[in-house]
Write a new protein. Sequence first.
Lengths: 289, 290
Amino acid sequence: MSFLQRRRGLLPYLLLAPGLAWLLLFFLVPLYYMARQSLEEGTIFTGFEFAWNFQSYTDAIANYDEQILRSFLYGGMATLIAFAIGFPLAYAIAFRGGRWKNALLLLVIVPFFVTYLIRTLSWQTILEDNGWVVNALQFVGILADDGRLLATTAAVVAGITYNFLPFMILPVYASLERIDGRMLEAGYDLYGTRRAVFTRVTLPLAAPGVVAGSLLTFIPAVGDFINAELLGTPRQTMIGNVIQSRYLELTDYPTAAALSFILMALVLVVVLIWARIVGTESLMGVEAR
Amino acid sequence: MEAASARALVAPVRHRRLLGAGRWLLDQVLNLYAALALLYLLLPIGIIVLFSFNDPVGRFNFTWQGFTLDNWKEPFGVPGLEEALVNSMEIAALSTVIATALGTMMALALVRYPFRARAATNFFIFLPLATPEVVLGAALLSLFIAVSYSTGFTTILIAHVMFNISFVVVTVRSRLIGFDRSLEEAAQDLGANGFQTFIRVTLPLIAPGVLAAALLAFALSVDDFVITNFNAGSTVTFPLFVWGAARVAIPPQIYIIATMIFFVTLVMMLLTVVQQRRAARMSAVRPEPV
């Protein structure tokens, strides 16, 4: 310890070293190997060889443009719906929750206490062809007699929305809850109408939470493949389904690796655009909650 | 003239009363909307608990057939389920301990010491959180393929520690900000050395944050399917077992285990809340700094 006290400047590096080493070795280095793999040529039978084969990227885009587009469409839709559902709920808990705030917040994260896959299986049960939801919708005529919910785009998007909804609610709640009531009073004192106070005081103050929430929802939503697999059909496959099956079932490593990078790059572009709009500080700060 | 000014005086009043009704309506709509949103969040959980008591016909547990307790008498009555669950618990426990230790050290370094490259380090730790899980899993598999390391228990453990570290750092860091350093100074004034100060003062003070991070890490580990699926080899964890089952048959036992995990987590969560309340009350008793 005396050595450390003499050289206090070293302490932060010593504290960081093991964790950073782990992340370097098992997050950054793997990305290097995946980059290499994406430029390889060959098949699992003939063996793969490194060949600066950029064709795997153009092929991946040409063959799977539909899935890439669909992933971002579904991810975007899920994020928007999660906002539409999550913001009013977070608002109600933050401003009407009173002494029940924490209990209500606990209800929001309760879905996380059940395994992701099983939550999705539960949706399968709910949306089942002979289930009460489909029967009820058929009875009132919203759904045709042979209409179904399972295996539709709506089911996949609803499933994705459901699974990542708490990621939207929690940061939005955190920033709404932190709003100083005096700010709102000041708004009313200055003859602001309810709507003006909401749009010009509450909303801007909640913005960092909304930004963090939409990122936390959007990123996993775009890469998701479980909802498309369990609630959809091949017509709803997303980029994650392709990566998963190319890697694990078809062992077409170059295509799968190239697709992974395309996905990562596109997601990073979205994140950077967001960061540009709101500043990295709020991005890193609110994501902590 | 007079009538006009009278109207001007009355109008805002009536306007306000109308607005009051509108406001009341708006409030009710908001409450109803929030209740429906909560229902949406909770419905699938209710279905899981309910269907764990189902007496299904055939291989899939999709339609309600009748109430039975038979399956609850044999929660592990499906081959392979118990082993998968044991694997999950072992991996979760080990990865939680490693990730919490490494992550807490990193959070301490990041919050308390101004050093060069802090912003870059922050960004680097944030990156895994901003990367889709498929990519994290696939990349790690690339590494193991490249170095010809066969995937299994160890590789799952490596993967879980990797994705948990960032979550731990973020959680502990948010609790460390606002930490009262004068308490540590007091300990050192009283003759404690750096190590004693850390063990007797710092660690007990940040313990709630560390505990929260550990709980989160454990939950994420038990829950993870995507990254595990890439790096599991022939080892089966609980989510992998469910995935395998989802394609051939869904025995009620899966919902039983899910129900059990759900209630255990809920109880642990409530205990933490109670413990934190008590801690908050105790710190409230502490005299205010003058």
